[in-house]
Design a protein around this ligand. Structure first.
Ligand SMILES: CC(C)(COP(=O)(O)OP(=O)(O)OC[C@H]1O[C@@H](n2cnc3c(N)ncnc32)[C@H](O)[C@@H]1OP(=O)(O)O)[C@@H](O)C(=O)NCCC(=O)NCCS
Length: 325
């Protein structure tokens, strides 16, 4: 039987840190409110010349290193992002160029925070149908470039980061089950219109500053808890594992209260949830691979552990994956 396994992970965070105290100088907010309502203390902000693909290159190098895989062995690159360097060429192609890869496919994936789980699902399918042996999933986001820093309900949440994973064909169990869903009727709960063709066609009347990330936080919150919990429970059942078999949950992290509600529904204690939201904020697609990488490098998460991932993002879309590392 052919399986696909994550055999290496990597993470990169820009040097600059934006604290709650910094945000208090920018909008009407306070540290206590942010920590109590979101769980976030700090987030990273990319430098002006620090491209998404450059950050992803650093994370990808770490993942390849951990996996013991050379760039020349990669059969394809999947790059979940909503903040690519350019619309064209895609970030995956730019990254492939940086890694010196010529030939294998390279495409971006616009699934916002659910991007990593979607990429995992695609990589699993490519590997199981024999089309690829080794796939690099590299994610990078510069959410700071699309955040409205005068909107206190969103600017406190987001951070910049890059995360990567090498997925390889194996005879041992790896990815056990994946689910991904979308419902475009919720598109007005979380959106970013700037630089899309509708914006560009009307740029004489639309102001780019007004077209940054817009979110109805409370509605997103409720939908996120329900969709992430339902999908995680369903994907766990599909995997044949039980809640007690899961060593760690590595969730997307938009708000600690969402994560706690999902963990409660899955009957998993918070000691079995890998959290990096407190230091990193919501980084969109890189959140899951960076949290996983931090878990592995700290020695908490080990190869052989059973992992449950669940995410929710703008679209709206959501998904989950159960795997053995
Ligand atoms: C954004 C979020 C933190 C807001 O928290 P909340 O508890 O839902 O707060 P509400 O939006 O109901 O607002 C409550 C009050 O706090 C205020 N508030 C909002 N942001 C604030 C801030 N940064 N500082 C202080 N007060 C703030 C609101 O203006 C509102 O005041 P009002 O009652 O006088 O109108 C929360 O809704 C959230 O995390 N949502 C999901 C985000 C998410 O998952 N996004 C990405 C998906 S991947």
């Amino acid at each position: 039987m052919l399986y696909s396994r994550i055999i290496g992970t990597g993470a990169y965070f820009p040097e600059k840190i934006l604290t709650n105290a910094d945000l208090m100088k920018m909008v009407d907010t306070d540290d206590k409110w942010i920590v109590e309502r979101t769980g976030i203390h700090t987030r990273h902000i990319s430098a002006k010349n620090e491209a998404t693909s450059e950050m992803a290159y650093e994370a990808a190098k770490e993942a390849l290193d951990m996996a013991g895989v050379k760039a020349s062995e990669i059969d394809g690159i999947i790059f979940p992002t909503i903040t690519p360097d350019y619309i064209l060429p895609c970030a995956a192609a730019v990254l492939g160029g940086r890694l010196g890869i010529s030939g294998p496919f390279a495409f971006d994936l616009n699934m916002a925070c659910t991007g990593f789980i979607c990429a995992l699902n695609i990589a699993d399918a490519f590997i199981k149908n024999g089309q690829c042996k080794t796939i690099l999933i590299a994610t990078g986001e510069r959410l700071s470039t699309v955040t409205n820093y005068s909107d206190r309900a969103t600017c406190i949440l987001f951070g910049d980061a890059a995360g990567a994973a090498v997925v390889r064909a194996d005879t041992k169990h790896g990815i056990r089950s994946c689910s991904i869903y979308a419902d475009g009727s919720y598109g007005d709960l979380l959106y970013m219109h700037g630089m899309g063709s509708t914006y560009l066609a009307n740029r004489d009347t639309m102001n780019l500053d007004d077209e940054m990330i817009v979110m109805k936080g409370n509605d997103v919150f409720k939908l996120a808890v329900r969709a992430m919990s339902d999908t995680a429970a369903e994907t766990l059942e599909k995997s044949g594992l039980k809640s007690d078999d899961i060593d760690f949950v590595v969730p997307h992290q938009a708000n600690i209260r969402i994560v706690e509600a999902v963990a409660k529904r899955l009957e998993v204690g918070m000691d079995r949830v890998i959290i990096n939201l407190d230091r990193r904020g919501n980084c969109s697609a890189p959140t899951i691979p960076t949290a996983l990488d931090e878990g592995i490098r700290s020695g908490k998460v080990k190869f052989g552990d059973n992992i449950l991932m669940a995410a929710f993002g703008g679209g709206m879309n959501w998904g989950a994956a159960v795997l053995t590392l």
